[in-house]
Write a protein of this length. Structure first.
Ligand SMILES: [Cu+2]
Length: 82
């Protein structure tokens, strides 16, 4: 349930990196797993670089939860500063 005093969505961008993407279907699996999380606005996976960009509300979904969602899809990843 939404709280009444929450006036604005606070979205941040987190970058994860994975070295375990072997084919383009990995991209779809990870984007789907992240997209299912409440609080994720957008998830974009770059196959060539293994870069995973996620726009999310940190109050609803933490960086650790993002890493966990990628792991649930079958891939190890780490939060990256760029
Ligand atoms: Cu694949």
């Amino acid at each position: 349930m939404r709280t009444m005093n929450r006036v604005k969505e606070e979205t941040m961008k987190t970058i994860l990196r994975s070295r375990e993407l072997n084919c383009p279907s990995c991209v779809a699996k990870i984007e789907k797993s992240l997209g299912r999380l409440d609080g994720v606005e957008r998830a974009k996976v770059h196959f060539n670089s293994g870069k995973i960009e996620v726009e999310h509300d940190p109050a609803l979904v933490s960086m650790e939860a993002l890493v966990q969602a990628v792991r649930d899809a079958g891939y190890a990843s780490k939060v990256s500063p760029f």
